[in-house]
Design a protein around this ligand. Structure first.
Ligand SMILES: Nc1ncnc2c1ncn2[C@@H]1O[C@H](COP(=O)(O)OP(=O)(O)OP(=O)(O)O)[C@@H](O)[C@H]1O
Ligand SMILES: [Mg+2]
Length: 230
């Protein structure tokens, strides 16, 4: 049995926006194992984005236990959380969030340069990562001249360039056509297995369920069942 790299127990998160109170996470409990690709699915508003924001320490939570990569979020300072995110976690979103003025290679190199790596080394590493996602011929092309699927592959290269141990993808294929979505998922699956990373993919798209090791179903802020094998 693989090691547990994310342990969540009875997490509660309530949003207070004005008069209304929204119970977004209501005793969410889930373990995720090293090197698995877990899909998190469920109806709109059930708490998926809130959950992945909580486990990556982008959002605080009211009560419960959350341990990620042997870090207990309840006892960490903001600075430690920022370091954890920068070093250990990669994010892929529905909107690719690439900078239009930069080339593909510059976009991928940017997080490394921000983290203090020398520009030349960062660009070399970025180009290796672009090759790994099959875009070696597009290094010097700007995002607007790439297809949606290619832009998402650049965003994946950027999310993985620092070799994170945990990768969170929130609806990574929902703005892509069927074929590009399949290519992106194949790539995410391959990288998870080859790099020994662990991945959570939030999705509505049942055409990509086949790439999951396990599927966790969420409803009303709770994980109601988990299917599949490790
Ligand atoms: N910043 C916020 N302030 C107040 N309420 C919020 C906030 N963010 C989310 N919510 C509410 O919390 C609940 C869970 O939202 P969340 O975004 O986690 O759902 P989701 O499962 O990701 O939905 P979708 O599939 O549409 O992306 C919803 O009722 C939402 O309206
Ligand atoms: Mg969401």
């Amino acid at each position: 049995m693989n090691k547990v790299v994310l342990h969540c127990e009875n997490i509660i998160k309530t949003f207070n926006s004005g008069e209304a109170e929204v119970k977004a996470l209501q005793k969410t409990t889930l373990d995720v194992y090293k090197n698995e690709l877990l899909m998190l699915v469920g109806p709109s508003g059930c708490g998926k984005t809130t959950f992945v924001s909580v486990i990556t320490a982008l959002l605080s939570f009211d009560s419960g236990i959350c341990e990620i990569l042997e870090n207990n979020l309840s006892t960490m300072s903001d600075e430690e959380k920022t370091t954890l995110r920068g070093k250990e976690i990669g994010f892929v979103f529905q909107s690719f969030n690439l900078l239009p003025a930069l080339t593909a290679a510059q976009n991928v190199a940017l997080p490394l340069i921000i983290a203090g790596m020398k520009r030349k080394i960062a660009l070399k590493r970025a180009k290796e990562m672009l090759s790994a996602v099959g875009l070696e011929s597009k290094e010097n092309v700007k995002p607007n001249n790439l297809s949606g699927g290619q832009q998402q592959r650049v965003a994946i290269a950027r999310a993985l360039v620092h070799k994170p141990h945990f990768v969170i993808c929130d609806e990574p294929t929902s703005s892509l056509d069927h074929k590009s979505g399949q290519i992106v998922m194949e790539l995410l699956k391959k990288i998870t297995k080859e790099e020994g990373a662990t991945m959570i993919v939030v999705t509505h798209d049942d055409r990509i369920y086949k790439y999951a090791d396990r599927i966790a179903y969420m409803e009303d802020g709770k994980i109601i069942k988990v299917e599949g094998n490790l």
